[in-house]
Design a binder for this molecule. Sequence first.
Ligand code: SAM
Ligand code: SF4
Length: 326
Amino acid sequence: MLELQDAFARKFQYLRLSVTDVCNFKCQYCLPNGYMPDGRQSFITLPEITRLTHAFASMGTTKVRLTGGEPSLRRDFTDIIAAVASTPGIEKVAVTTNGYRMEKHAQAWRDAGLNAINVSVDSLDPRMFHQITGQNRFHEVMAGIDAAFTAGFEQVKVNAVLLRDLNDGDVGRFLHWIKDKPIQMRFIELMQTGEMDSLFDRHHVRGATIKAQLLQEGWQQKIRAYNDGPAEVFWHADFQGEIGLIMPYAKDFCATCNRLRVSSLGKLHLCLFGDYGVELRDLLEDASQIGELQQRLRHALSDKKATHFLHEGHAGMTPHLASIGG
Ligand code: SAM
Ligand code: SF4
């Protein structure tokens, strides 16, 4: 099998696929002014997604995360899940969502083959949730989490970007919330992106500070599985829930990179913070192009850098995470 491996012997079993750039939220750290439509854009189609997933699976990909923008805004989202889940070799299909359509659709997504849900909840205080996301939809999102459990998801992962002087005081409240719930609460360190103004300087909280606090309170770190995402996961005997920390600025964050990204415009991105995308769409027109597509993917990987350059304040060409899927 032609494998997806780079010059640093990292193997890539995990594809993060953005299916749209569109979003209905206005998160301060992502799309503070909301999504700005660009009339010329046409997002990757269901047949293209099917061919792409087959090519990745034929090269060892076992896990696909559907993201965006807000992926559930696509009318054919359930069909996308079904197409990806039925691809031979794909063992796990996950979604990252703002949760706004989850109450209504969680069961249909589960039935279509979805295995895992990550939903963003930046605060358990409805007013702070509104302030950070620009949407007064806290209760709908929470109802969506309940619907996910009812639909049969055994665990739900909840993402919160910690922001100094906004929700960084909520950590205790989040911990209390997951005491008796099978939720993995993931605190994401704010990442600086191209279009971000002074927000980073005003609100960045170091993940290492939270980690030190957790270790002090008796949380213990779990061992990573080969196709796990970037979180460092912690457990505690007194809690049913777990904590995940995503710390892109941590030393060696990139050493365990196992992820590749494809944008909603069909470009391969070797890193969330890379400089360019490799066009794939011309090789997604017909299933017979799979050999050429595999060669292009392999060739592109030889260019993957050892690390990102965020520490030097260089976020590559990524204006905000909605553009290539966070
Ligand atoms: N709309 C969906 C959502 O919000 O979950 C999926 C796309 S969103 C870009 C994916 C994740 O990236 C969310 O959990 C969001 O909080 C996170 N994110 C967006 N911009 C970020 C930034 N600048 N730094 C850290 N995390 C960010
Ligand atoms: Fe939309 Fe997700 Fe970005 Fe928030 S983080 S604006 S929900 S894409």
